[in-house]
Design a protein around this ligand. Sequence first.
Ligand SMILES: Nc1ncnc2c1ncn2[C@@H]1O[C@H](COP(=O)(O)OP(=O)(O)OP(=O)(O)O)[C@@H](O)[C@H]1O
Ligand SMILES: [Mg+2]
Length: 226
Amino acid sequence: MTAFLRFHDLTKSYYEGDVRRVVLQNAHAEFEPGEITVILGKSGSGKSTLLNLISGIDQPDSGQIWVEGQDLTALRERERTLFRRARIGFIFQFFNLIPTLTVGENVLLPLELNRTPRLLARQKAESLLAEVGLLDRWATFPEKLSGGEQQRVALARALVHDPLLILADEPTGNLDEETGAQVMSLLTKLTREQNRTLLMVTHSLEAAAHADRVLRLSHGQFIAER
Ligand SMILES: Nc1ncnc2c1ncn2[C@@H]1O[C@H](COP(=O)(O)OP(=O)(O)OP(=O)(O)O)[C@@H](O)[C@H]1O
Ligand SMILES: [Mg+2]
């Protein structure tokens, strides 16, 4: 049985002038369907870099990343983009909603990119917004919403196209403790209900309590913390 997500011998470095800074060094890990993993690590340890590699936004120096048996590092950029749109949902620290689009239009966007038929897209978007308790804000612009509401819209947008893999980069980093805890419960509930795989970078102990597994990224490698 192969893991749902697996990376092997993953190395990534950045150059500043002639100086090479190694961020990931021969890192490996495996993740099962339905598993919620929290990734801890100091600032600059490479957590966001890892998520960018898994999502195919960035390419490793060497090593492989398999999602559902597909080696992402073997795909061309265009194929990686299509794979990302179809299979991955993202949640960021600063919500990253598009300010010129309404709440409803933000949630519809992943479906439009995947060419989902219009009526079905509308139904999916409405059902996800209902799940996060914001269906009545369909026509509102993001700037009119509180931080917690914006992150709930971002959650709906990340899940609306039924991704198998959800990547979250400090999703509660910009929310107060109570709001953060609400967003976290919602995210883990929606992940578990659909047997999705969630990788979440966070410093929140509350979030780590929701996880099946906690990994620490240190000196370019992953160490099981729990
Ligand atoms: N595009 C880039 N060019 C050069 N260096 C980069 C680039 N992206 C990241 N780095 C470097 O790689 C290292 C890891 O960065 P990364 O953003 O992955 O850290 P992080 O663990 O997410 O940190 P934080 O907790 O502060 O978000 C840092 O030293 C950073 O300066
Ligand atoms: Mg980061």
